[in-house]
Design a protein around this ligand. Structure first.
Ligand code: AMP
Ligand code: MG
Length: 358
């Protein structure tokens, strides 16, 4: 696609410059593309009602045209503009919204015909989220329209948790990039399908299965370790794409912690001896074990999935910045937010896993 001038505008989330944000909202209203911070990752937004602008999102990202977009709203008044759901679906939506909106939860509900098919890639449903980040909320409110926005990265690359990641991927491809600092959660929202008999988490995130069950008394989660088979239609189209991968090859080591550490060290050392540039992705508790090796980066404590989530994409990009060819990554504990972290790591390594059991 042809290059365009990208304006980069800094906005302090704790002291929002409303005039500057109004200008960004105008760009959205006029069919332009605006990248903005949310509490999960940065989003690449366009008016959800402007079909041409929505098409431009797919072009700017190089996103496959069967991977639907999430529509972001600033308040409940926008809800009937995007979904025509009623009955049990609406009840679920309101109950969960009451608890987790604004926040990192996307709900899949019946799409209102006012939302162009392009947004949902022809599906009868639409993903809806009310983000919590003050800049995101205010931007959508000022634009006065729901905003369709996938993550603001080039398709296939790790999602951006800092403005500089967005600049790296999309400068010259969008009209505005709002720099609003680092994203708190660091991985994308939980995607929950509320249209099915049992509400199902299609993509794990910071709102966990336990959180959903607490409110609805029911719920399940798709097995994100299972690949999508040839010819199969996944419930969430995004599931079939290898995602989040840095340029470097990522190999995940899984099993007994001592064996994992030892095997990673042996494999990494043998690469180093061959003159290959390698990195190790570990946790605080294990970092000292690799102390003589270069490019050892820690995601935080092994017990702290929230900190792992907030660091994961930044660290994957850092390996690329350091020119690392191979990343040896330790698997992390699952359960709760740990599922979201492991899901992204699983996709980053493209199923390239070494099992380390006795
Ligand atoms: P991204 O915004 O880049 O984080 O990607 C949005 C994710 O939400 C993708 O994995 C999509 O497949 C999923 N998604 C969005 N809309 C729908 C929908 N209507 N049905 C199922 N999955 C959806
Ligand atoms: Mg994405």
């Amino acid at each position: 696609m042809s290059e365009c001038d990208t304006r980069i505008i800094k906005i302090d989330p704790n002291n929002i410059d409303t005039e500057a944000l109004k200008e960004c909202a105008e760009v959205l209203k006029n069919g332009g593309l605006v990248c903005f911070p949310t509490e999960t990752v940065y989003g690449l937004g366009a008016s959800a009602f402007n079909e041409k602008a929505v098409e431009n999102i797919f072009k700017a990202k190089g996103r496959p045209n069967d991977n639907p977009l999430i529509v972001h709203i600033s308040d409940y008044e926008m809800l009937p503009l995007v979904t025509c759901c009623t009955g049990e679906q609406m009840e679920r939506l309101m109950k969960l919204g009451n608890e987790y909106w604004p926040g990192p939860l996307t709900m899949i509900a019946d799409r209102d015909s006012a939302v162009p098919e392009t947004v949902s890639c022809g599906l009868k449903t639409v993903g809806i989220r009310m983000p919590e980040h003050p800049v995101a909320r205010k931007l959508i409110e000022l634009a006065g329209v729901p905003v369709a926005a996938p993550s603001a990265n080039l398709s296939g690359k790790p999602s951006p948790s800092q403005a500089r990641h967005v600049i790296e991927d999309l400068k010259g491809r969008v009209d505005v990039i709002i720099d609003g600092g680092d994203c708190r959660v660091g991985v994308e929202s939980t995607v929950l399908d509320i249209t099915s008999e049992e509400p199902m988490i299609l993509r794990p995130g910071a709102v966990t299965l336990e959180d959903v069950k607490k409110v609805l008394g029911a719920g399940g989660q798709c097995d994100w370790r299972r690949g999508v088979k040839e010819g199969e239609t996944p419930r969430s189209p995004g599931m079939k794409y290898t995602h989040y991968s840095p340029e470097a090859e990522v190999i995940m080591y899984e099993g007994d912690n001592e064996l994992v550490k030892r095997n990673i060290k042996i494999a990494a050392m043998s690469c180093l001896l061959k003159g290959e540039k390698v990195g190790v992705m570990t946790v605080d508790e294990n970092a000292a074990f690799y102390d003589m090796m270069p490019n050892v980066l820690s995601l935080g404590s092994r017990e702290d999935s929230l900190s792992q989530a907030s660091n994961l994409f930044r660290i994957l990009r850092e390996f690329d910045e350091r020119g690392v060819a191979k990343v040896f990554a330790e698997a992390l504990p699952t359960g709760g937010v740990g599922d979201a972290v492991m899901n992204r790591l699983f996709r980053a390594c493209g199923g390239n896993i070494v099992k380390c059991d006795g």
